[in-house]
Design a protein around this ligand. Structure first.
Ligand SMILES: Cc1cc2nc3c(=O)[nH]c(=O)nc-3n(C[C@H](O)[C@H](O)[C@H](O)COP(=O)(O)OP(=O)(O)OC[C@H]3O[C@@H](n4cnc5c(N)ncnc54)[C@H](O)[C@@H]3O)c2cc1C
Ligand code: FES
Length: 250
């Protein structure tokens, strides 16, 4: 884990209201694995850091993807080139990648861990199908990729009409990220799927216990440390809040 004073290197729009921010964070870029996240803080920012999945990592740079859902995300999106962000990471347990093929299922902002997942899966020889869904075509992230891409929209304006889960084929490895209700549907169909789950977080490092993840077997563990990637059948979906930010705009 590294604590870096990272500078903002760029910003681009990838869907309606959805932006990718690049940062110079060499130690994190070279060590991060798919599904891990960074906890970001900045001068005049909120008291608590804000967690973001690493979207891409290349050379000395990492990227995160976000929408403005509150104070922290709005401030991040208002930053100028060269502004400094305190970047703690890589954090958490990422995806485990093994098998001949993988399907990546993302709903809306759930694209966040998927470019790295596609990269890492292909690096170990897996064939990658990426199924990306949103309410409407304008909200689909234009950067979904892989050996094959399947688009799904609620209104049928691009790709298959319906949910990304319904549009998805089976595969040896199923990786998913999106609103909790989508992940609960993934758990029904593929109990062995690996899902990246969102919770509220504080420290991001296992100390504050602010990220309790309810488990099917009873009790909780720490999403920042034992997660944020879980086996789908292990999460007590009924006990999770349904209003978290990945659900906004999806
Ligand atoms: C492991 C992990 C990875 C994440 N990756 C991404 C990502 O790649 N891209 C992305 O856009 N978001 C991601 N999030 C969610 C992101 O951290 C929240 O959107 C962010 O904390 C909201 O901060 P804010 O200051 O803008 O909103 P706030 O002003 O704190 O809250 C605004 C509203 O958002 C709600 N909210 C939703 N989710 C959260 C949350 N997790 N923490 C606090 N408040 C929340 C609040 O209840 C409130 O209603 C991730 C969260 C986790 C736990
Ligand atoms: S966020 Fe502090 S223990 Fe997980």
């Amino acid at each position: 884990m590294f604590l870096l004073d990272a500078s903002i290197m760029g910003r681009r729009q990838v869907a309606r209201g959805m932006f990718v921010i690049g940062m110079h964070a060499p130690e994190i870029a070279t060590t991060v694995r798919a599904g891990q996240f960074v906890n970001l803080g900045w001068a005049s920012g909120p008291l608590l850091r804000r967690p973001f999945s690493v979207y891409r990592a290349d050379g000395e740079h990492i990227e995160v993807v976000l929408k403005a859902v509150g104070l922290g995300t709005a401030q991040l999106l208002a930053m100028e080139l060269g502004d400094r962000v305190s970047c703690l990471g890589p954090l958490g347990r990422g995806f485990e990648l093994a098998g001949a093929n993988a399907v990546l299922i993302s709903g809306g902002l759930g694209v966040a861990p998927m470019p790295l997942a596609a990269r890492d899966a292909r690096a170990v020889g897996m064939e990658v199908t990426w199924v990306h869904g949103a309410r409407t075509a304008a909200e689909l992230c234009a950067e979904a990729g892989g050996d094959r891409v399947i688009w799904a929209t609620d209104d049928g304006s691009q790709g298959i009409q319906g949910t990304a889960v319904a549009a998805s084929p089976d595969a040896e490895a199923v990786l998913a990220c999106g609103p909790n209700r989508m992940l609960a549907a993934v758990a029904e169909r593929w109990p062995h799927a690996q899902v990246s789950v969102e919770t509220y977080m504080g420290c991001g490092t296992g100390v504050c216990l602010g990220c309790a993840m309810p488990l099917k077997r009873g009790g909780y563990d720490r999403a920042c440390t034992e997660g944020p990637v879980y086996r789908a059948a292990d999460v007590d979906w009924g006990a999770l809040p349904s209003h978290l930010a990945y659900a906004v705009g999806t």
